[in-house]
Ligand binder design. Structure first.
Ligand SMILES: Nc1nc2c(ncn2[C@@H]2O[C@H](COP(=O)(O)OP(=O)(O)OP(=O)(O)O)[C@@H](O)[C@H]2O)c(=O)[nH]1
Length: 385
């Protein structure tokens, strides 16, 4: 074990690791993504079994909400973050809870990548990462990007998108799945493999045909009579170029059928990473290294750099509301609290208003009395005449 590997896990600095040492050869990180229920967890379990002898996979579960996983995970997000407690403490729903749990886990990213690096040194050639059921939570959250980029700048990394062929038999659902796959491909900028799962129930050749032959997909759409047909047709034309670069492979996570070809597709993707993606991530690494060196140097000529000017803004955080941890409240339950000063001021104001009103009424009464007296006097004068 190297000196670095033997150092304490608490002294880890991600920037230093990523920027100074560059991209290692192992382990290859395989990020498993897919829509809820597509079979990610079952797929991960089967992949571990098939890869065990040759690649000795290191296994990571990043789904904080799952009850149990059917494999032994080396790192499990549930050991770091208690998802139920997060929901309770922050008063969140299930999806908000998953996002927050993932954000919390991301704060441990330096330790996470260091553990993966050490696993590589111990002979784990692959690192398989199972992700949360709600794909958008991983794909569109900041933490998902941090995890993906953090891994891709340290290790060869690829994405496996698990797609349920049974549910994709409907052309519109197929198109939604493909749009999602397309968005992930462009978001992650990593080699991308589509695992067409559940082929023990339905053969996946129809999906491959739809992707290569536009007319066959048109015919399937004609049969569907859905009001979104036109949109789906246009989409399929748009996605034509995307299909050309897509590697697909039919598997059954349940029975293990198709895992032989799947393994060689994965190796193709790793080769693609080495050839096309590694130079990009290397360049990114060197850029960041240069930026970090500039940032860490103190200004050489402080006079030439100018003097600090107060901004005239109070940028302190507002005092926290200790009485109330609820962020959003219905107007009816907002506590009616007033400052003591505000209360005194308000009392004085209403007293003055009362006095003003009383004197206005008095003035009015006086004026009327004067008028009445004058009228009486006039009447008496006329009568005496
Ligand atoms: N027949 C068949 N069923 C499968 C296959 N793969 C998964 N399943 C079933 O599909 C259901 C969902 O599988 P999971 O592995 O839990 O899917 P997941 O994507 O991890 O689910 P979430 O993380 O909850 O979104 C389970 O009932 C699995 O048994 C397969 O290849 N064939």
């Amino acid at each position: 074990m190297s000196g670095k590997a033997a150092s304490s896990i608490d002294d880890i600095n991600l920037d230093a690791l990523v920027l100074e040492e560059g991209i290692r050869d192992a382990p290859v990180c395989i990020i498993v993504l897919g829509m809820a229920g597509s079979g990610k967890t079952t797929f991960t379990r089967s992949l571990i079994e098939h890869a065990q002898a040759k690649f000795n996979p290191y296994v990571v579960n990043l789904d904080p909400a799952c009850r149990e996983v059917p494999y032994a995970a080396h790192i499990d997000i549930r050991d770091t973050v208690n998802y139920k407690e997060v929901m309770k403490q922050y008063q969140l729903g299930p999806n908000g809870g998953i996002v927050t749990a993932l954000n919390m886990f991301t704060t441990k990213m330096p330790k996470f990548v260091e553990l993966v690096r050490r696993a590589g040194e111990r002979g784990h050639k692959w690192c398989i990462i199972d992700t949360p059921g709600q794909i958008e939570v991983f794909n569109w959250s900041a933490s998902g990007s941090i995890i993906t980029e953090g891994l891709a700048t340290m290790f060869p990394t690829i994405v496996v998108y698990v797609m349920d062929v049974v549910r994709s038999a409907c052309p519109t659902t197929f198109m939604s799945n493909m749009l999602y796959a397309c968005s992930i491909l462009y978001k992650t900028r990593l080699p991308f493999l589509v695992a067409l799962n559940k082929i023990d129930i339905k053969d996946c050749s129809f999906v491959q045909e739809w992707m290569t032959d536009f007319e066959v997909f048109q015919d399937a759409l004609e049969e569907e009579h859905s009001y979104v047909n036109n949109l789906t047709r246009t989409m399929s034309l748009t996605l034509d170029t995307f299909y050309e670069h897509l590697i697909t492979c039919g598997v059954s996570a349940k029975t293990g059928v198709g895992y032989g070809p799947l393994m060689s597709r994965i190796l193709d993707c790793v080769a693609e990473y080495e050839q096309d993606y590694k130079p990009v991530y290397e360049k990114m690494r060197l850029q960041r290294l240069a930026e970090q060196q500039v940032k860490s140097q103190p200004a050489a000529h402080i006079d030439a750099a100018g003097t600090a000017v107060p901004m005239g803004l109070d940028l302190n955080d507002p005092p926290s509301n200790t009485d109330n941890s609820i962020f959003l409240m219905a107007p009816t339950i907002v506590p009616q609290q007033m400052d003591a000063d505000e209360e005194i001021e308000s009392d004085a104001k209403s007293k003055a208003e009362e006095q003003n009103f009383q004197s206005f009424v008095q003035d009015h009464l006086n004026a009327q009395q004067i008028k009445r007296d004058r009228l009486e006097r006039n009447q008496q004068q006329q009568e005496s005449k």
